[in-house]
Structure formats: structure tokens, C-alpha cells
Design a protein. Structure first.
Length: 223
């Protein structure tokens, strides 16, 4: 089991969380860098230093890019991509708010091809739900669930097409997990066909300001 880490808190605000993340970098699938709902308008020295330390520790770095469910202008998306690459040396990209229906698939395919052309080594799609099957073919990793723990345990369903994909191509991001149940959340993701997960204890509006308790001091996932 690998951990996808979207840590959306500034390194100066919670340096301890970033330090623990750097120490445990080898236990991650990737770390999502999100200075300002994207790369921002100028390099952030704190994120530059964090990115450098994470890279030195062996982490894969993904730049956060919002696609706004296919509405956002393509030029603005590619500008975010270039800034993540130039400022933070991103290895790949975490595309958030991705469309899930078949009607959005052609545009998403073109976007992923453009990112590959620009040098993206890893592309993660986050529709947050199970999308039309074709999306998973485009990405290295697809987030097929993003939601609260209560929903995850009570209302999760898994379409049959997911069985055709290796578990390391699917990810579940679960927030609001009671800390004592984080190991259970990891096991549940594995049982549901997702070898990558990100269980956190945080709650909305931004549950990703907290580091997952599943990340230990260098040994990866507990439980």
C-alpha cells in the first residue's frame, strides 16, 4: 500500500508536518504540491525548499492543477504546469476536479497528451468518483473516491470495470477518519481494489491541512 499525500498547508504554518513528511518520503506514492490552489503567481521560497528536501529524500512531486471540471481555459492549465516544473521541478501533475462523464473524455485525453508532451512523468486524475472507464486508461493513477469516512463505509460502490485495472492504478482519498481507524481505512482501500490511498483525520472545508497518521517515521503505512 502506498500513500498519496495532498498536504495543503504552508510549510511556515506547520513546519513539523512537512518535516515528518520529508522523513517518511519513501513511504509515499507521491506528494502533491499546492502553494496557492496551483503554483501561484511567483515562486514561494518555503515550497521551493520543501520540494528540494522532498526530492532529495526520494519523493515523487506532483504539481496541483485545477481543471474546474473541464471549464478552465487550457492555456491557464498549461501555464500552471510550466510554473510547477520551473519553480518546483514537479515530476508530474495532480489534476483536480476532473470531469467524470463520457462527454468529457475527449478533452481530458487531449489534456493528458499535452501534459505528457510537456514532460509529465506521472499524471493523476481526480474526478473524486468512479468516472467513465476510459479515464483510467489515460492516467498513471485515478482517484475514484474522495469523500468523508462515513460515506466511504456506508455508501461506497465499486463498478465492475475497476477489476480490470491493477490496484496500483486506483486511489481512494478519505477524510474525517477517526485516528484509531486510520489503519482500517488503509486496509479497506486495499480490499476495495485501490493500492494507493490517503486517509486523513481532517474535516472540511480543507481536510488536507493535516498529515495522515498512516505515515510513520520512514516505514510507510501502519496496520
Amino acid at each position: 500500500m502506498s500513500l498519496l499525500i495532498p498536504l495543503y498547508v504552508h510549510p511556515a504554518e506547520d513546519p513539523g508536518a512537512w518535516h515528518r513528511l520529508i522523513e517518511a518520503a519513501t513511504g509515499t506514492y507521491a506528494v502533491v504540491l499546492n502553494p496557492a490552489s496551483g503554483p501561484g503567481t511567483a515562486p514561494d521560497p518555503a515550497f521551493t525548499a520543501a520540494a528540494r528536501a522532498l526530492r532529495a529524500a526520494g519523493a515523487r512531486l506532483l504539481g496541483y492543477v485545477d481543471t474546474d471540471y473541464g471549464v478552465r481555459d487550457r492555456d491557464r492549465i498549461t501555464e500552471d504546469v510550466r510554473r510547477h516544473q520551473e519553480w518546483y521541478a514537479a515530476d508530474g501533475f495532480f489534476l483536480d476536479q476532473v470531469t467524470a462523464g463520457p462527454e468529457g473524455l475527449p478533452a481530458c485525453r487531449r489534456l493528458v497528451r499535452e501534459l505528457r508532451r510537456l514532460g509529465a512523468g506521472t499524471v493523476v486524475l481526480n474526478p473524486g468518483v468512479h468516472p467513465a472507464p476510459g479515464y483510467a486508461r489515460l492516467a498513471d493513477l485515478t482517484v475514484t473516491f474522495e469523500g468523508h469516512w462515513t460515506t466511504y463505509v456506508s455508501a461506497f460502490t465499486r463498478p465492475s470495470w475497476t477489476a480490470r485495472y491493477p490496484p496500483d492504478r486506483l486511489c481512494h482519498l478519505v477524510y474525517g477518519v477517526p485516528e484509531a481507524l486510520v489503519p482500517l481505512a488503509v486496509r479497506t482501500a486495499h480490499e476495495r481494489g485501490a493500492a494507493v490511498c490517503g486517509p486523513v483525520t481532517g474535516e472540511p472545508p480543507n481536510p488536507w491541512t493535516t498529515l495522515t497518521p498512516a505515515l510513520t517515521g520512514g516505514d510507510g503505512v501502519e496496520g
